[in-house]
Design a protein around this ligand. Structure first.
Ligand code: HEM
Length: 154
């Protein structure tokens, strides 16, 4: 089966910068590169890497994005921090692009990892720009914003 056409605007490598915060930590900024790759299957392969302003590697994650219907998405994600997300949500067309709104109401969390109870992600494409937001309920804090980044297609 071929890639659902509604996922095509995501294909490519996106680069830019982001900032993060959470009530329990100091605010930080980072640069980011993420790729959605077409592998001639009905899903995209996702890889994301981030670096501190000094160039030191920070968070990274990898996964698979599926779109079982024209308006729904499923994102399976693995993190080296001992977290695994299965985020589900909606895909909608917006002026000049696409909007994905995903929630993972529970995660798999390893015994050594920090507690993350739920996550929420949005991906908004407008022309060649992609903005990403990530929130989480973690370490005893209710669902709260953690990350925002603005990327441009390479
Ligand atoms: C804490 C960066 C994505 C969960 C932190 C900290 C930084 C950071 C700098 C504070 C220092 C530390 O504990 O290492 C980032 C970056 C991300 C990212 C750059 C991606 C762009 C995520 C994701 C999750 C997550 C996807 C969950 C699935 C957490 C948790 C903490 C944390 C649980 C600990 C908060 C605490 O100890 O109070 N993150 N993070 N982060 N992050 Fe993220």
């Amino acid at each position: 089966m071929a890639l659902p056409p509604q996922l095509r605007p995501l294909i490519g490598t996106w680069r830019g910068t982001g900032s993060g915060h959470y009530p329990t930590i100091d605010a930080f900024s980072y640069s980011e590169e993420l790729t959605f790759r077409d592998v001639a299957k009905p899903f995209l392969v996702y890889q994301q890497r981030t670096w501190s302003p000094e160039g030191k590697p920070m968070h990274m994650e990898t996964g698979f994005l599926r779109s079982p219907t024209a308006t729904t998405v499923e994102f399976v994600l693995a993190q080296p921090t001992g977290h695994a997300e299965l985020a589900e949500g909606t895909l909608s067309a917006v002026e000049g692009g696409l909007f994905l709104d995903l929630r993972s109401p529970q995660l798999l969390v390893s015994t050594s990892a920090k507690t993350v109870e739920a996550t929420a992600r949005t991906y908004r494409i407008t022309d060649d720009r992609l903005s990403v937001d990530f929130s989480m309920a973690a370490v005893g804090v209710v669902m709260t914003h953690h990350l925002h980044s603005d990327l441009v297609k390479a």
